[in-house]
Design a protein around this ligand. Structure first.
Ligand code: NAP
Length: 529
């Protein structure tokens, strides 16, 4: 496939703008070949208008048709073969094995949403049949399901060029919900975005989807993204990236004449509490596991464990020293973009300047290849209370170990946390009994709690929550990973006393979709007499 550098607008390609950019190989700082165009305001409008028009036809396609479309996208991505992996390696410096795995995760995710559509319970169909003889007043027939919101604007993430980008979880869940999608590809991997975008375009054409069900625009300027958020026909936004970016989009959406939901996943430091008994019993194993989790993918994961809390003791000192040894043995590696590696260095310099912070281990990366090495910093519970910015994300392979003097100080440290995606406890049954209150506190701070595990590696499934209270996300009621992500792009609507012929299939008496429904308060697949 020869890259065009153009935007995908429905079935066409477009390059009306005069501003251009190229991808950069972060391992060499060399510009890559293809010239990409910056989308104009007119192109944003064209893509959104087409998506709004397509919405009315797309939302009426059957669950089976949408499922077939999603599966075809997965097939078309696989058909791109090694060329896609090679393009992505050149743009991100991520290794082949990681990208092959991430492509598999992306196609599996698309197929999982196809399964969700065929199974149908996500619609949350509810039926309260009429009670004409009820006293003192008869009850009308009331039926509810979820319907799609409309056009969704999606921002591709830099750190997951497949799984959170053009055909990633946000796109898969929005299309599954019945929404049409306009993606702003991340400028760090424009060629990868074009290849995946064209795979979706082909899948849409081959499965007879209405033109405009999917479009993709390139852009390095905030104007492109802001134009999408401010477009009156856009009804929701999906975003993964920085706090600054997510908050700016959220604020802009709230200021619109018609405010819209922004599902921004903005990362966190994922506190890990290593409790005394567990530390005594398996200090070296936990130090090994944590150092692997901190350096996985050069630390460029929003679930990276960036804050580790322990109780001060001799065993804790040995644990910190051991983690330092493991981290020192990990080779530096190239980060996703030159800017990201500069931000990492800046973030570490800032942490080091905070009073009460000591460097335990630091591996220098090579500036020329944008490489970052692991950094382990150490501080105390008291210093953290005075400098809460120690608990803020520095995107990359670093972590801060916090030692507390008492159990109460550990609990207070937990109480002072803001919202995070995850929290982890390393604990024995005895620790769990002694620190019961910690779970209570942490439940109110995060979207996922782990025991004796590591937060990196987010399973795509039915029960996953990848979300959490602000500032980890802008909406703690949802998840951006797993099948429940579909609910972000739908809303409940109810039909009162509707004639059978006008009811959606999911609510018809005969239950033609054969889905689970809550009929008069009981789950059932039976038809209604
Ligand atoms: P980013 O700066 O948040 O950018 C992500 C996307 O949002 C880009 O398309 C960007 O467009 C757009 N955007 C950002 N700010 C915007 C604004 N004010 N108005 C309109 N659009 C805006 O993220 P990034 O480039 O991937 O990486 C930068 C930093 O984000 C990292 O160093 C890291 O701290 C963090 N990050 C977090 C996660 C996570 O999982 N939570 C993932 C990746 C990165 P432009 O290209 O026009 O800027």
């Amino acid at each position: 496939m020869t890259l065009t550098g153009q935007h995908i607008i429905g079935n066409s390609f477009s390059n009306q703008g005069t501003q251009t950019f190229t991808g950069i190989n972060p391992a060499t700082n060399n510009k890559l070949e293809t010239t990409f165009y910056e989308a104009t305001q007119a192109e944003v409008d064209q893509a959104v208008q087409l998506a709004a028009k397509a919405f009315f036809a797309y939302r009426k396609t059957s669950p089976e048709q949408k499922a077939t479309f999603l599966e075809r996208i997965a097939e078309e991505i696989m058909a791109l073969g090694d060329l896609l992996i090679k393009q992505c390696m050149a743009e991100t410096a991520l290794p082949e094995a990681r990208l092959t795995g991430e492509r598999g995760r992306t196609t599996t995710q698309l197929k999982l949403f196809a399964t969700v559509l065929r199974e149908g319970s996500w619609l949350d169909a509810r039926i309260d049949t009429a009670l004409p003889d009820r006293q003192p007043l008869p009850r009308p027939d009331i039926r509810q399901i979820h319907i799609p919101l409309g056009v969704v604007g999606i921002f591709g993430a830099s750190n997951f060029p497949f799984a959170f980008s053009v055909a990633g979880g946000d796109t898969a869940s929005a299309l599954a919900a019945g929404c049409t999608v306009v993606v702003k590809g991340h400028p760090a991997h424009p060629g990868t975005s074009e290849m995946v975008g064209r795979a979706i375009q082909k899948a849409a054409q081959d499965t007879g989807m209405p033109e405009g069900v999917f479009s993709m625009l390139h852009g390095t300027s905030h104007e492109v993204g802001m134009a999408m958020v401010n477009h009156p026909l856009v009804k929701a936004i999906g975003f993964t990236g920085s706090y600054r970016g997510g908050k700016a989009l959220f604020d802009a959406a709230a200021k619109r004449e018609e405010p819209i939901p922004v599902y921004a996943e903005m990362g966190s430091t994922n506190p890990v509490f290593v409790l005394p008994q567990a530390l005594k019993e398996r200090s070296a194993t936990i130090a090994d596991g944590l150092s692997k989790s901190v350096t996985l993918g050069v630390g460029q994961f929003c679930t990276n464990p960036g804050l580790v809390v322990t109780l001060q003791s001799e065993a804790t000192k040995a644990f910190i020293t051991k983690t330092g040894e493991y981290l020192r043995a990990t080779a530096p590696a190239t980060m996703l973009t030159p800017v990201m590696s500069q931000s990492f260095n800046k973030g570490i310099a800032h942490l080091k300047s905070v009073a009460g912070v000591e460097v335990v281990a630091e591996v220098e990366g090579k500036p020329a290849s944008n490489a970052a090495g692991a950094v382990l910093l150490q501080s105390t519970g008291k210093a953290l209370q005075q400098n809460p910015q120690l608990a803020e994300e520095v995107f990359g392979p670093s972590t801060v170990y916090i030692t507390c003097d008492t159990k109460e100080e550990i609990l207070e440290t937990a109480r002072n946390l803001k919202g995070h995606l995850t929290a982890t406890l390393h604990a024995t049954p005895q620790d769990l009994e002694e620190y019961k209150e910690l779970i209570d506190i942490l439940e109110n701070k995060v979207g996922r709690l782990l025991i004796n595990g590591y937060p990196t590696g987010v399973e795509v499934g039915y029960a996953m929550v990848h979300g959490g209270p602000y500032p980890a996300t802008t909406d703690s009621r949802s998840t951006s990973v797993g099948t429940a992500a579909i609910k972000r792009f739908a809303r409940p609507v109810c039909y009162q006393d509707f004639p059978a012929v006008l009811l959606p299939d999911a609510l018809k008496n005969e239950n033609p979709l054969n889905i689970w429904r809550l009929v008069n308060g009981a789950w059932s697949k039976e038809s209604i007499a």
